[in-house]
Design a protein around this ligand. Structure first.
Ligand code: DGL
Length: 258
């Protein structure tokens, strides 16, 4: 049955595991399959053409296994490739959107949007800022190396804290009330980001919004798997392919931190 087919999740690496974890919490009955392209991460420093090629290679891997819906669990891939994916696939495609709107509505000061250069400069995100940021409170903070440093920290080690301190030090005098994590990798270092900022701020990651949207799309299209008293399956794939990588992915999926 179509409802029993898995939902496919795609990301440039480990970041989308945050989205998968939230989806499994909200919809434990669903079968899921994840593809992380850690071999080619990060995407944020690549050209649009390269990103599109890599996204299609990963998504093809999921399509080959048979999926009923695709979650592009990567803001960078969303900005560059989601229109193309939607135009060419006949399954629902759910994507990420930086949580700029709730950050502006729920807090009153400066909103730092942390994301890859590709995401910050994408037409989608610029349109979001133009639509909601009437008072010019959003400051884009391009974090060129952060997704890479997070991948490095998963597989070896990395100087994450020094990088975060350097990236956020220009905002020490700003009245920062919110940080929008516009990259699915960043929730793994949420506490370290706040520590580097050095003052309290609300953190928005947009993940719950994406999962709610996924749920409503599955409902509308009659694709929801009915609860059958047992949890759905969860298969993890990575372009790195080795067992150690899959074990590291599993650890992050079940709450492991960096
Ligand atoms: N998780 C990706 C995102 O949400 C990481 C970006 C990258 O690979 O550079 O943007």
């Amino acid at each position: 049955m179509r409802e029993d087919m898995p939902i496919g999740f795609f990301d440039s690496g480990v970041g989308g595991l945050n989205v998968l974890a939230a989806a499994r919490k909200q919809m434990p009955e669903e079968n899921c399959i994840y593809f992380g392209d850690s071999l080619n991460a990060p995407y944020g420093t690549k050209t649009d053409e390269e990103i599109r090629r890599l996204v299609w290679a990963g998504v093809d891997c999921l399509l080959y296994r048979g999926i009923k819906a695709l979650v592009v669990a990567c803001n960078t891939a969303t900005g560059v490739a989601v229109d193309d994916l939607r135009a060419r696939l006949d399954i629902p495609v759910i994507s990420m959107e930086p949580a700029i709107k709730p950050a502006l509505e729920q807090t009153g000061g400066t909103v730092l949007l942390m994301a890859t250069d590709a995401t910050i400069h994408s037409a989608r995100v610029q349109a979001l800022i133009d639509r909601y940021d009437e008072d010019k409170r959003v400051i884009g903070v391009p974090c060129r190396l952060l997704a890479k440093k997070i991948e490095d920290a998963v597989f070896a080690s990395s100087d994450l804290d020094a990088y975060l301190a350097q990236t956020l030090s220009p905002f020490a005098a700003e009245n920062v009330t919110a940080i929008v994590l516009g990259c699915t990798h960043y929730p793994f270092v949420r506490e370290r980001i706040l520590k580097a900022l050095g003052k309290p701020a609300a953190v928005f990651d947009g993940i719950d919004g994406t999962v709610r949207h996924l749920q409503s799309v599955l409902n509308e299209r009659h694709l929801k798997r009915p609860p059958r008293g047992e949890s759905g399956t969860c298969e993890i794939l990575s372009s790195r392919g080795d067992e150690t990588t899959i074990t590291l992915y599993q650890r992050l999926l079940t709450g492991g931190t960096l």
